[in-house]
Design a protein around this ligand. Structure first.
Ligand code: NIG
Ligand code: FE
Length: 429
């Protein structure tokens, strides 16, 4: 008999969401590798076996057993695009938008991202962590065990460094794993309103080098030594042009950052093509992307991250061209985009339900896009996202008889138990 710390057994369905030497691409998306009456064994925080209950029960003597009879076990959700750390809220803006003002009009009038920037600059690092932690707690309770988190509500060097430090502090004090992204190019700050290129110069000559110098002090559980850090740019009319985006990302790449881009949320500027050219890990939003660029992304290693909560949050009706991407063999992931402006959504379950309806994904496709493919979009596909030996033992027990209840049902939390690194961290205690 082998020993294990945890054995989850008798699951009606155990969904592996297996990797395909990378994300599940094109027609492979939605491969769940379902084991009926399945079991999962974990030791030292990692998966040591997944298979039929009879087989694992005779092979493992576990310190703790969880009976998942009648329930479904899936990988923990990975949310690969969030702006989790901010101060305050923008409820008043939501009301203006509902009355007819557009997101970009509000932004041009000094609201939007820069209004959250004003509130975030005034907050201390401790206040930012204290305001963000309940959001992270709710994400975990809804099954998200790994979260990418962007800076970007500072837009000056000290505040952006403070945000990066807050992301690390949250990672160190919470069961969820966080992945840091520097998004100093989230908006042009008010003080640079009429000379945005000077802000781009500041990003290139001061902010990026200072964030790089800070990296050895940023601790993250996923990387015991040096963390993987992304640099992202909001490439959009009213934010950063294609040329400005290129300058920032080329500098970031030369400093060793991995790359992400906000592209084609409203107006397509060519950001998707640029992402492919620069070897970005992901291009995100991906709504108004022209068909030829959808094909370029599909044929590259870049993961397209769809954020359907954002058009929903803005009461828009256009969503990512997911099927065109899949027809060309592309890799699709899902994320919340959790932020105080367009989409304060903390639940990947809701995003899955929305993706099934707005983009006609099957529950299996949406599930794989929210776990395995999301992990690849966040640069940690080798560590999380599927129930495979060697990966972190991040799993959810869902209080449903069939995985398709994800997508089918919405508005309530279907998670019964959240397991992170082999430990029960939410529900089912
Ligand atoms: O991804 N597009 C830019 N950033 C966010 C919105 C942030 C905000 O409005 O505060 C997004 O939708
Ligand atoms: Fe975003």
């Amino acid at each position: 008999m082998e020993t294990a710390d945890l054995l989850i057994h008798s699951a009606r369905q155990l969904c592996l969401a297996p990797a395909r030497g990378g994300p599940q691409r094109g027609s492979e998306l939605g491969t769940l590798g379902i084991i009926e009456d399945g079991a999962l064994a974990a030791r030292d925080g990692r998966i040591v076996a997944a298979g039929p209950t009879a087989k694992l029960r005779s092979a493992f003597a576990a310190e703790r057993e969880i009976d998942a009879t009648g329930r479904v076990v899936i990988p923990g959700f990975v949310d690969p695009h969030t702006h989790l750390v901010w101060a305050g809220d923008r409820a008043a803006e939501f009301e203006l938008r509902i009355a007819g003002a557009s997101y970009m009009e509000i932004m041009a009038a000094g609201g939007g991202i820069v209004s959250t920037v004003r509130q975030t600059r005034q907050a201390t690092a401790q206040e930012l962590v204290a305001q963000s932690r309940p959001r992270l707690d709710r994400m975990l309770a809804h099954g998200t065990t790994t979260v990418e988190v962007k800076s970007g509500y500072g837009l000056d060097t000290p505040t952006e460094l403070k945000l990066m430090a807050a992301i690390s502090a949250l990672d160190q004090s919470h069961p969820a794993d966080l992945i840091p992204t520097f998004l100093g190019a989230h908006a042009v700050p008010t003080e640079f309103k009429d000379h945005a290129d000077d802000y781009v110069d500041l990003l290139i000559n001061e902010m990026l080098p200072e964030v790089k110098a800070q990296i050895p002090n940023l601790k993250f559980k996923l990387w015991p030594n040096r963390p993987l850090v992304f640099c992202d740019v909001f490439c959009e009319e009213g934010a950063f042009s294609l040329e400005q985006t290129r300058r920032i990302l080329e500098k970031a790449k030369s400093l060793g950052f991995q790359l992400k881009l906000h592209v084609d949320e409203f107006k397509p500027l060519g950001g998707s093509r640029l992402g492919v050219e620069l070897g970005a890990t992901s291009v995100d939003h991906f709504v108004t992307t022209p068909p030829e660029q959808v094909e370029q992304v599909a044929k590259s290693d870049v993961v397209a991250v769809s954020l359907p909560g954002t058009p929903f949050g803005l009461a828009h009706t256009s969503y990512s061209p997911a099927h065109l991407l899949l027809e060309h063999g592309g890799a699709l992931a899902l994320a919340t985009d959790c932020n105080p402006g367009t989409c304060w959504c903390e639940s990947m379950q809701f995003i899955i339900a929305l993706a099934c309806r707005s983009m006609r994904l099957t529950p299996a496709q949406a599930l794989a896009a929210a776990t395995l493919n999301a992990a690849y979009a966040a640069g940690c596909g080798d560590q999380v996202g599927s129930l495979e030996s060697g990966k972190l033992a991040d799993a959810l027990i869902l209080d449903v008889p069939d995985y398709r209840h994800l997508g089918y049902r919405f508005g309530t939390n279907l998670v019964h138990t959240v397991i992170k690194r082999g430990k029960v961290v939410a529900g089912g205690m």
